[in-house]
Design a protein around this ligand. Structure first.
Ligand SMILES: [Zn+2]
Length: 162
């Protein structure tokens, strides 16, 4: 399977979950998922404070609360602020993780209380969080996209001219 990120046509990329890459590491494979919450260059990107809160909540969810906790390698924000990267152990496809992703976004949409690790001794910019807007953004992605996934929300559009 060709999963190189250079051939992706961002002008036609929709919201969804995509296999960004697979890396052979030792005897195993790591699969990097592109969790694309905004259409690139066509929808407003998320605020940095929202990306930051999603990073904290999603990392805690996958590392501590999910069935995937033993497979979770990394959760982090995209610099373009249109989505998140999540890396799991295993040679995986979107269908394998869709249910776990729905649960993660439901967890974030409904999260109440103190944001995990949002304290000065545990975070590099602990005041830069926004739980209210994070809950709204996670609800939009869950209800508008994850609950209605089609092929176009799971397979990258390729660049014709590449
Ligand atoms: Zn932080």
């Amino acid at each position: 399977m060709d999963v190189t990120s250079f051939g992706i046509d961002h002008d036609r990329l929709l919201r969804g979950i995509y296999v960004s890459r697979k890396d052979q590491v030792g005897d195993g494979v790591l699969t990097t998922f592109d969790v694309r919450m905004k259409e690139p260059n066509r929808q407003m990107v998320m605020d940095t404070s929202v990306m930051h809160t999603i990073e904290h909540l999603m990392a805690v969810y996958f590392r501590e609360k999910s069935d995937w906790k033993d497979e979770t390698i990394y959760v982090g924000p995209m610099g373009c602020r249109t989505g998140m990267y999540v890396i799991f152990k295993g040679d995986l496809e979107v269908e394998d993780v869709l249910d776990a992703m729905k649960k993660a976004f439901a967890y974030m949409e409904n999260f109440e209380g103190e944001i995990p690790a949002a304290r000065s001794n545990m975070c590099g910019n602990y005041l830069d969080h926004n739980l209210g807007i994070t809950r709204i953004e996670c609800g939009i992605f869950l209800h508008e996209v994850l609950e209605h996934m089609t092929k176009e929300n799971m397979e990258y559009p390729k660049q014709n001219r590449f």
